[in-house]
Design a protein around this ligand. Structure first.
Ligand code: URP
Ligand code: ZN
Ligand code: ZN
Length: 463
């Protein structure tokens, strides 16, 4: 059913800046009025008394249908964006991967084919530059100026497939800086990691635990510091994805003293889980991701970083593989596809573990799950807040509802849940995407193809 208008009554509207009870009126996909006791006739009226009303979540770090480590991530645009909607995430930013030796344009065409007609929620792309040269430099400019793709992902690890060297990094930064884009990074020292993997395997150490031991904190803190130094040299703005540890945060703090513009993202797994997950033999494969899960002291530093505004965003790094795919590394941890399923539960986990347990405020929750990603990645205020004129991407959230996370009830295309059995307080109840009911009564009402590509501009986040 196509709704022209929706009236949400008496909800507690929470944005990154405000918290108040009001009605919200939606017309033609946009918010058209906010106020007390609005007297509009609407196609649908929702009573949100006792509920929280948030802007739709934005997950700026997902991998859908991505070729990686000899296989593909198991959620495609349909299953991935549907699962995201169930959890209250209305927009995702996926990563296009350039094939080394090939153009950015060809990679873009491939990703357009993956998403077109399939995405249920809204989406955008980061462009991962895995092979920088003069032709690619021209394409970078075209992507920023014509395609609405303004963020360029780099990998300092995964040599031979995705990694670029420091010379390419600096040249890319110069072009991106000149045209007002952003360079994002997987900041770990690929050469150090590869040598530790080789050493462990030569000693017959093949269990998932050695994935963790092959990527000690120094591999991330060193690469993060090197990245920030290269940003300083070029004057480029940067964003470090999936930060896990105190050492890397220290590098960013030092860069802040030079007044650099660097954003930091972490993910729920690094805030909520510690490295003891690798102790259980092959079960630890569920948590084989890069960087690996770290220590309790790192969790503490990341929560503090959120509070202090040093960590700006919570994404997921959703990169799911079914158990049969994880078993590719049964006898060799380095062959376990890296990544885990997370797109669905980011909002609920962070609400439950962060807001309910008093680690972050409600406004901070909205800031790091929706507003900051929208500002940093050039989608604000179309996305990321609730105000007159913005897209009506709205979540109605029950803050008291308890539920248990399980593979039997989740919507991701994965046959296990990393958080199996976790009790969570707070549930996404109703989700609207551009004014249409996406999720209600535990059902998805939007069809594949409902999701729209979001053309992005320059960052509007002011540091
Ligand atoms: O383990 C991970 N993180 N897999 C996805 C690719 C990446 O590095 O983000
Ligand atoms: Zn990564
Ligand atoms: Zn990732």
């Amino acid at each position: 059913m196509c709704l022209m208008s929706v009236l949400i009554q008496n909800g507690r509207i929470v944005t990154a800046a405000e918290d108040y009870i009001a009605d919200l009126y939606i017309e033609n996909g946009k918010i058209s009025a906010i106020g007390a006791n609005l007297e509009y006739k609407a196609d649908k009226v929702i009573d949100a008394s006792g509920k929280l009303v948030f802007p739709g979540g934005i997950d700026p770090h997902v991998h859908l249908d991505m070729p990686f480590m000899g296989t593909y991530s198991s959620d495609d645009y349909e299953t991935g964006t549907r699962a995201a909607l169930f959890g209250g995430t209305t927009t995702v930013i996926d990563f296009i991967l350039q094939t080394q030796g090939d153009s950015l344009r060809n990679a873009l065409t491939t990703w357009q084919e993956k998403s077109k007609g399939k995405a249920i929620g809204d989406y955008s792309y980061h462009m991962a530059v895995t092979d920088f040269n003069d032709d690619v430099a021209k394409e970078v400019v075209e992507f920023i100026e014509e395609e609405g793709i303004t963020s360029f992902k780099t990998f300092m690890a995964y040599k031979g497939a995705l990694m670029i060297d420091d010379g390419q990094m600096v040249q890319l930064m110069k072009v991106v800086k000149k045209h007002g884009g952003l360079v994002t990074v997987h900041a770990t020292n690929g050469d150090m990691i590869d040598s530790l993997i080789a050493k462990h395997l030569s000693e017959g150490k093949t269990a998932p635990l050695y994935h963790y031991l092959s990527q000690p904190e120094v591999t991330e803190s060193e690469a993060s510091a090197r990245f920030t130094d290269m940003l300083h040299y070029t004057g480029c703005t940067g964003y470090i994805v999936h930060m896990t540890c105190e050492g890397a945060l220290n590098a960013v703090q030092r860069a802040g003293l030079r007044n650099q513009k660097i954003f930091v993202e972490t993910c729920p797994q690094y805030l909520l889980v510690d490295a003891s997950v690798y102790e259980d033999d092959f079960e630890g494969a569920k948590w084989v991701m890069s960087p690996p899960i770290r220590e309790k002291k790192d969790q503490k530093a990341l929560w503090a970083g959120l509070q202090q505004g040093l960590v700006n965003v919570i994404g997921t790094d959703h990169c799911p593989f079914i158990w049969e795919q994880k078993k590719m590394g049964k006898d060799d941890f380095s062959k376990i596809p890296n990544g885990h399923p997370a797109i669905e539960h980011r909002m609920e986990l962070i609400f439950s573990e962060g807001v309910k347990k008093g680690k972050i405020s409600l406004s901070k929750f909205v800031e790091v799950t929706a507003t900051n990603p929208a500002k940093i990645f050039g989608m604000y205020p179309q996305k990321g807040t609730l105000a007159v004129g913005t897209d009506a991407d709205v979540i109605i959230f029950d803050p008291e509802k308890e539920h248990v996370i399980s593979k039997d009830t989740h919507h991701m295309n994965v046959d296990y849940s990393s958080y199996e059995g976790w009790k969570v307080t707070g549930k996404t109840e109703t989700v609207l995407l551009r004014g249409q009911i996406a999720i209600e009564n535990e059902e998805c009402y939007l069809k594949p193809g409902s999701g729209q590509f979001v053309k992005r501009g320059k960052t509007s986040y002011v540091i």
